[in-house]
Design a protein around this ligand. Sequence first.
Ligand SMILES: C[S@@+](CC[C@H](N)C(=O)[O-])C[C@H]1O[C@@H](n2cnc3c(N)ncnc32)[C@H](O)[C@@H]1O
Length: 281
Amino acid sequence: MAPSERSNRRNGGLVLLDGASARAVGTVWLVGAGPGDPELLTLKALKVLQGADVVVHDGLVSAEILDLAPAAAQRISVAKRKSRHAYPQDEINRMLVAFALQGLKVVRLKGGDPFIFGRGGEELEACRAAGVACVVVPGVTAALAAGAGAGAPLTHRGVAQAVTFVTGHAARDGEPDLDWESLARPNQTVVIYMGVSTAAGIARRLIEAGRSPATPALIVENASRTDERRIVTVLADLAEAAAPVSGPALLIVGEAMALALAGEPWQTTQIEARAVELGGK
Ligand SMILES: C[S@@+](CC[C@H](N)C(=O)[O-])C[C@H]1O[C@@H](n2cnc3c(N)ncnc32)[C@H](O)[C@@H]1O
């Protein structure tokens, strides 16, 4: 294959450019930036970021973390807002591959972990299809930071034998398409990502499927960030409690959330009283 032929071609790890000298194909690093606190970035993520030629990041990555990339690295925000996609996923995939084919070290920096509701799998597949090496660096997903910050374990001996991460994103009919029967079983923790706007439907479906309305629940907004807010409530009051939340937040439902420390001590007392009123322990 002559280097002068049109369109870039991969050949044993080299990109042959029109009339140009052969250049090594770059790698795409799918890196989890963690939940916000820069100290929750892994050492590996930091090392990779410090060697980036280009950083393609989403909106949940804080400026403090982006500042850890070399000053000369190109930074591209592909932030997605609800109902407004700055970049369609296909375009992000193409961009990652195109940068790698130019021989660049591409860091795709994503909030939390790339493989937890982060569409990292699609980006990995796109790289594989294009023959571009893709390395995944895991990150601390928001659920782990939320539980840790509140002092509420996601699993707890004798209280929560399982934890399930689900998306609250409304798939159809305005509510998420989830296995409500299974999520309603007691002694397990259900962590709902992207569930603030669908909190009312989620609570209703869980209660209808048999979960006690008095099940402790925790809402954590901006987990691990300086503006973190925690709201301790019960399942029956989940939607009301979530109403003032505007930042990225998780809804966490389960018996172990009784251990959660609320933002204000008075809330805990109030919640205990409400749980008794609803027939909980
Ligand atoms: C597209 S998902 C990305 C999740 C991310 N990959 C992770 O592992 O944490 C975005 C959702 O994650 C949750 N989230 C992300 N960061 C958060 C944070 N610092 N505090 C609370 N929830 C967060 C929110 O539910 C938000 O709507």
